[in-house]
Structure formats: structure tokens, C-alpha cells
Design a protein around this ligand. Sequence first.
Ligand code: AP5
Length: 222
Amino acid sequence: AKPEPLKIIISGAPASGKGTQCELIKKKYGLVHIAAGDLLRAEIAAATENGKRAKEYMEKGMLVPDEIVVTMVKERLLQPDAQENGWLLDGYPRSLSQATALEDLGIRPDLFILLDVSEGILIERVVGRRLDPLTGKIYHLKYSPPENDEIAARLIQRFDDTEEKVKLRLKTHHQNVEAVLSIYKDVMLKVNGDAPIEDVFAEIDKALSSILEKKSKTDSSS
Ligand code: AP5
């Protein structure tokens, strides 16, 4: 039988590299990438009531209220593709109440990855970040520049990617992070996120393959 699929949470400060690593993990392991921030931006783009409310909080760098986020993420996690292929939860849970909501549903990850990045680097990463609206790919003007002029010409910036707003987002992160970490201490992998993209991925890759190997052993011995 197929081993149980991987269930992974990735966390870290704003612009610590979560989305970048998720692209690489998804490509190699075929997990379903569920990013709370992307789900919220999709609600904003669709001009739903939840989207309108969420934007007010996101513009202030604050957490969007649980009554919007908790159900939104839960519904996505329980979809058949995520259950069958495994999931990679990005930017959730971000508070004790969100972590408790997952625990109450009996949802626990195999691994909780924490990208640890120095504060000075975070600001530079936010200000230089650009997105390709066509492919969704994340770029950085200095660290991960677009491949050609055509892509460069269509890149956009996120509305909350200014130095002023990232400072507010960082403050919110610091207020909540310890409470979330306390729940996942036993499955935590802290990675030095200051390192180049490939080095960060190499460390994550090693941990994921070792978990998969253990899972397949347990499965074949049962
Ligand atoms: P969200 O969209 O999740 O934003 P965030 O946590 O601030 O994280 P980012 O997407 O900014 O960064 P990232 O870590 O993915 O970094 P990236 O890979 O792009 O949330 C936005 C808002 O939504 C929140 O403020 C909140 O209001 C709301 N929200 C979201 N989740 C919520 C929740 N659970 N509850 C309530 N509200 C919620 O990398 C950044 C840049 O650096 C890129 O340009 C990249 O190319 C570059 N880069 C990446 N890695 C490296 C590296 N190793 N070396 C050099 N450059 C690198």
C-alpha cells in the first residue's frame, strides 16, 4: 500500500522565504500547497464580503479574524486532493487559537518547518519582491531576478510589500509566534533562512525524505 502522504506546516516571519520554498517542495514531493495569504488574496480579487473585510486587516499588517480564516483553511485542507496527495500548509496557524482549531480537528503535521531569518534581511526581501501575475512565480529584483525582459515588464508588487507595512506585519508575527511554536515543539525543524534558496531547500529536502523513508518502513512492517 501507498505510505500515508506527507503533512507539513511551514512558518516564519514575513518574507522569510515560505512561498519560495513551497514552490520547490511542491515540485519535488507533489504536495498540495495551501497558503493562507494566497487564499485571502483570492477572496480580495473575487471581491467577496470576506475579501473586503480581510483587506482592511491585511493593509494594517494585522491578522485577519479567525471567523474568516479558520473555516477557509479547514475547507481547503479537507478537499480530496490534499487528503490524497498530502499538504503543505503555509502561513497557518499564526496564532494560538488557529493552532488549537487544528488540534481540535485532530490535524497534526509530520513536520513543522520554521524559517529563521534575521530582521534586516527581511525588509530587503520584502521591498525587492515581485510577482508574476501570469504564473504566480515569486521573484526578487536582486536575489531571484526575472529570466527575461518580457517577464520583467509584467511583474507586480503586493499591496502590503512596503517597508512601513512589513514593520507592522513583523510586529504581529512577534506577538504570536511563541504561542504557536509551543504547540509544535516535538515536530519542529528550525532552518537557517538567511542562507541561499538552494541551501535552505537542501536542508528541508533532507528532512522530508527521511520522514517519507520512515513512513514507508512503518507501512511495510505493518
Ligand atoms: P502572507 O501572504 O502569508 O504573507 P507573509 O507571511 O508576510 O509572508 P510573505 O508571503 O510576505 O513571504 P514568504 O515567507 O512567503 O517569502 P517569499 O518566499 O515570498 O500573509 C499576508 C497577510 O495575510 C498577513 O499579514 C495577514 O494580514 C493575512 N494572513 C495570512 N495568513 C493569516 C492567518 N493564518 N491568520 C490571519 N491572517 C492571515 O520570499 C520573499 C522574497 O525574498 C522574494 O522576493 C524571494 O524571491 C526572496 N527570497 C526567498 N528566499 C530567499 C533566500 N533564501 N535568499 C534570498 N532571497 C530569498
